[in-house]
Design a protein around this ligand. Structure first.
Ligand code: S3P
Length: 168
């Protein structure tokens, strides 16, 4: 079984995913890292060279390669926009149990402030960018997920323990 973690940039998918994989004694894959390794270039470079649409196609084919392999148990942290691409959302729904890590704008800002390397957060004040993207994405995350976990005020290990309980 594969557990996928979705949610907005900065909600803690990678740090929670690592802790969850330790709790479940299973491997962990970060989709962004997998994409960068398989492409031999960084996410910002892929966006600059292929545009968002090109990035989504690459992301989708990497996702398919991971999700269609046989796994006893795997934790996979998705990129924040993966499920906005319908073919990727369909793969996630078909091949995984998906957890939406919900976080308030304040939590997202505190995690994202001063961090670079996310092309979709450039060009506008962070708070405005989060508002715009969240308006579009919230319902997409909810539709993709089997469970929603509120992460506000919790440490990554606290969130991972909550998820483990939900998984039973
Ligand atoms: C994106 C999120 C990023 C990365 C890319 C696009 C998005 O991943 O995949 O920059 O569209 O929300 P993280 O959510 O891990 O930052």
């Amino acid at each position: 079984m594969t557990i996928t973690l979705t949610g907005f940039m900065g909600c803690g998918k990678s740090s929670v995913g690592r802790r969850l994989s330790t709790l479940l004694s299973c491997p962990f894959i970060d989709l962004d890292d997998y994409i960068e390794e398989s492409q031999g270039r960084s996410i910002p470079d892929i966006f600059a060279e292929e545009g968002e649409e090109g990035f989504r196609r690459i992301e989708c084919s990497c996702l398919e390669a991971i999700l269609t392999q046989e796994h006893d148990m795997l934790v996979l942290a998705l990129g924040g926009g993966a499920v906005t691409f319908p073919a990727s959302a369909a793969l996630v729904r078909e091949h995984s149990r998906c957890i939406y890590l919900e976080a308030s704008k304040e939590t997202l800002i505190s995690h994202l402030q001063g961090r670079t390397g996310r092309p979709l957060l450039e060009g506008e004040p962070l708070e405005k960018r989060i508002d715009t993207l969240m308006l579009r994405r919230r319902s997409i995350y909810e539709a993709a997920a089997d469970h929603t976990v509120c992460t506000d005020g919790l440490t990554p290990i606290g969130v991972a323990r909550k998820i483990k309980k939900i998984l039973g």
